[in-house]
Design a protein around this ligand. Sequence first.
Ligand code: C5P
Length: 306
Amino acid sequence: MPVVKSACSANTEALCLQSPAKVNLYLGVTGVRTDGYHELVTVFERVALADELRFEPQDEGLACHCAHPQVPSDERNIAVRAARLVMERSGVSRGLRLTIDKRIPVAAGLGGGSSNAATVLLALNHWWALGLSRETLLAWGRELGADVPFFLADAVFAIGVNRGDVLVPVATRVTFWHVLVSPPIALSTAEVFRAWDALGSAAGRANMSQFAQLLAALVEGRNDEAQGLTWNQLLPAAERLAPAIRDVEEALAQAGAASVHLTGSGPTVVATVPAETDARRIAAHVAQAHPDWQVLVTHTAPSSEQ
Ligand code: C5P
């Protein structure tokens, strides 16, 4: 489990934690399950871009605050559901005030909500000294959402199988720079998977040989090769719901990005580049031409030992 390190300044009562985003370097759909979910093979990468979560005691009950207009503060927020789940299952009756400083684009394929939920599980286990095991936290994380377990794992890169919630860490020294471009559209993951189902045979098959090549390039530390092997099978489905994704891909290519791929169910398109200077140049180019798109530069998260 990741180590819980508070970043709050001068307030010993509060706990402040970074809640990182993820990028899917590869996402293949390998089957449809009887529970309505899809079988996936994916490669997750934790990145430096992060929300900040602040935990403070209050007399009673649970209060959540988030200034972002698209983030609800009630049970529709997966972080609130995570806190409620911990309180109910561990019988804790302490009050909690949770403040979410949103920096990760919302409903964008970057795992922000899932990460917030995982951070709440880790934080409350630590803060309230609940002694919950890794297995319990993973089981609760899986109940909350398929992407939550990745954020509970102490891995910067991991393969996700089944619903994407069974993880195998990937030991690698590669680091990437990324330009993340999110057009102003929120995509529901469930809707993108429904659109994928509707594509039928046009949805194609998971390209497992490319997955194997990507994995080998990561494990053997071949940055340049790995960056050219990213792929996402949900792209045609996401583009059907959000045609602007094609414009984003084109704008990134015009700005000089050679490796461009969708993350998660989109609509964020990721350019993976070798160096920070490339990322900043491409980001400036795209942001200037498309002021209504959210353009962010990030990189592989440092491992928790660093
Ligand atoms: O687990 P999570 O709540 O993040 O998933 C949102 C929706 O995305 C699910 O209800 C399901 O419709 C779809 N999904 C899927 N297969 C996956 C992950 C998500 O069909 N492996």
